[in-house]
Design a protein around this ligand. Sequence first.
Ligand code: PLP
Length: 391
Amino acid sequence: MLKYFDHNATAPLHPAARGAWLEATEMFWQNPGGLHRGGAGAKRKLEECRERVAEVLGCEAWRVVFTSGATESGNAVMHGARLLHPGAPVLFSALEHPCVRHPAMRGGSHACIPCAEDGVVTPGAVRESILRNKPALVSVLAASNETGVLQPWQEIAGVCRAQGVPFHCDAVQWLGRLPAAGMAACDWITASAHKFGGPRGTGFMIVPEDARAAGLLAGGPQENEWRPGTENLPGICGMAAALEICAAQCARADLVEQRLQWREDFSAALRRAIPMATEPGGNVPRLWNTVSLILPRHDQRKWLARLDARGFAVSTGSACSIGSGSTSLVLAAMGIGGDGELNRVLRFSSGWDTEAADWASLAAALPEILTELDSASPARRGVPAALRGFR
Ligand code: PLP
């Protein structure tokens, strides 16, 4: 049976999201812009979804703009910042996803805010960079998609507010896993439905209270002109359903605590079985679902293939850097990369439906695979089993 540990890349569609998607496809298929009865019904459903997303985020409904996902949303935020503050640089952290990093670098002047070795962007680093650059916008994600390391976005939002600079928080990996309380204090927030069990190709952005529409696309008046184009109502209904279910789970401290414990048990078991394996960032707080691991030897693709053969779906890092064949800029920013480390990284990311037994079987499989890979490696043959955890 498949043991799926790649939720940071995408999550399976939640049954409630599937139900809401199907219902909207059958019952609310008409264009929300239509002036007839069917159109009005679709429009009501659309606005109901907006209210539900806003309720989870704790903001006014009109701040919610539906998009096709976080890539479109991130591009729109960067575009909006340039349009609203022409000539001023944009600042993005060293941890940002390419959907923020690339448009920021492409559009004009910019600067990168470094992270510390533990993978955290400190409020002090943000403040320093603001004072030096006088930017149009600061962008720091809420939790790293690669390491799961949590960022102090609440404090960073405070620093930006004190300096009068708009703050964008890419909340893709945070939402659906941890409570969104206080997030509405960020000027811009971006998210993708499929990361928390909603349908692919749907997402949203939260826009600032005081900004006039400065969207990426030109076209019709939909989404208060922030995002023209006929709304993907089935996708939006599915997203609202998935977000609400995840929000209810996040609100249960006992569930979050339990998931955190399972992940920590996994890390502890691994430290015993493969002592030379390390976790970028060490003990710094991170998402309950993510473990990033640097293995002591053997290429990540060999590990991945053997895990796959045993039914474990894992990742070598961010899905976005894999296709391009590039190594991780995020881990490099944390000072990792010596001795071929970046080729020995695996990322495990669980979901709400992952069980303690799944983590335990993964922890058991890894040392067995190390033994297999050692046996298949001419250089390691003959190394006594007791020493195989060491280089
Ligand atoms: N931001 C972060 C932190 C992500 O992890 C991802 C996807 O991996 C994105 C943005 C982009 O999301 P999407 O591919 O759904 O547009």
